[in-house]
Design a protein around this ligand. Structure first.
Ligand code: PMP
Length: 361
């Protein structure tokens, strides 16, 4: 530690984000079910756009992202002028904290909420405020009770990661309508595409001045490796975020691939249906082995074990079989393992392995 050169207050208290495991020492051919990735990858059309983008590598990318924003707006019937694109939805979350929260301000999120809410809050020098959930589900009344004059942002993911649970549109509306006037509600829709017929709260954004949404190409679009996300909100907020956004934050490759991906909604529909079918199958198979889970609306399930020790032992057993799932002790769920819904053979493999683990226990 240098005595003179110090970062801003709060930065050294940030715990490093740990991504899902991708390798196990000594085990070849691992099956990665630890990062909620689409097992089928991106659509063929998106892959072709990625390859085509090689011809533009010498050109600086667009700074206003007009083509991608227009594609997103067409598909979701939005105002392209109020769409903002970022390096994953992580960047939109980060920009919101940087723009709206500073020292003395509070940012509210739930106890099993996405870890980046805390990291981006602390990076901005603001105070993270964690609120209890009810049975691993967002508790709107508890959030409202936690709000003060200093609350600037409230983050909820719907469906939530790592619980997979959701709250109703009426509850989200109640939350937005009862926040203090200086607070923005951020609806994190990273998993929204997995919910059939769900508008993810976009109509609420149209109706109000204090709600913003974040979305991603990392999940159902199968583009986690490329890092593209977007946000939608009232003009006054999107204008603020554009002032701090790096002018070349997205490359030609990111922009062109995402534009084609979002227009390929047939692919999204197919992935949603397959995920729902295998999620149902896996939840039932695990329940038969004595491992319950809450009804998940996302592309993973949160498997509950009798204790933190049992969850850890199961994780170690799965790793020995080359199966990688996510330990979620850092999400205050030490007795659980989060398992991404893979393709059919992956789901059968993980269910079989968990059955073997339970049988030997
Ligand atoms: N929100 C939630 C709830 C997530 O689970 C994730 C990814 N794990 C993100 C946001 C960020 O995703 P990305 O930056 O890849 O868009």
């Amino acid at each position: 530690m240098n005595d003179f050169i110090r970062p801003q207050p709060g930065i050294l208290e940030i715990a490093l984000y740990e991504g899902g495991k991708a390798t196990v020492a000594g085990v070849a051919n691992v099956l990665k079910l630890s990062s909620n990735e689409n097992p089928f990858g991106p659509s063929d059309k998106a892959k072709e756009a990625f390859v085509r983008s090689v011809h533009q590598l010498h050109r600086y990318p667009s700074t206003d992202h007009l083509a991608l924003r227009s594609a997103i707006a067409d598909v979701h019937r939005l105002d392209a002028g109020r769409v903002i694109c970022g390096v994953g939805s992580d960047e939109i979350i980060h920009m919101l904290c940087q723009a709206y929260a500073g020292p003395g301000d509070e940012v509210v999120f739930t106890e099993h909420g996405f870890l980046m809410y805390r990291i981006s809050t602390m990076a901005a020098g603001a105070v993270p405020v964690e609120v209890c959930e009810r049975e691993r589900t967002t508790d709107v009344d508890a959030i409202l009770k936690a709000c003060t004059r200093r609350t600037k942002l409230v983050f909820i993911a719907n469906p939530n990661n790592p619980t997979g649970t959701m709250i109703s549109a009426a509850e989200v509306e109640h939350l937005a309508a009862n926040l203090p006037p200086q607070a923005i509600l951020v609806l994190d829709g990273a998993y929204a595409e997995y919910v059939e017929g769900f508008d993810a709260g976009l109509s609420l954004i149209e109706a109000r001045e204090n709600v913003v949404m974040t979305r991603t190409f990392s999940k159902i679009y199968g583009l986690g490796g490329l890092r593209i996300g977007w946000g939608y909100g009232p003009k006054h907020i999107v204008d603020v975020l554009n002032r701090i956004r790096g002018p070349f934050n997205l490359s030609n490759t990111q922009l062109e691939t995402a534009e084609v991906a979002v227009r390929d909604q047939d692919y999204v529909t197919r992935c949603r249906a397959d995920n729902a079918r295998m999620r149902h199958w896996l939840a039932e198979a695990l329940a038969e082995h004595g491992v319950p889970s809450d009804t998940s609306l996302a592309n993973f399930i949160l498997a509950r074990f009798a204790s933190a020790e049992e969850a850890e032992a199961c994780d170690i057993f799965l790793q020995s079989q080359g199966l990688l799932v996510r330990r979620v002790a850092s999400y205050k769920l030490p007795h659980c393992l989060r398992i991404t819904i893979g393709d059919e053979s992956a789901c059968r493999r993980i269910a079989h392995a968990i059955g073997q683990f339970k049988a030997q226990a």
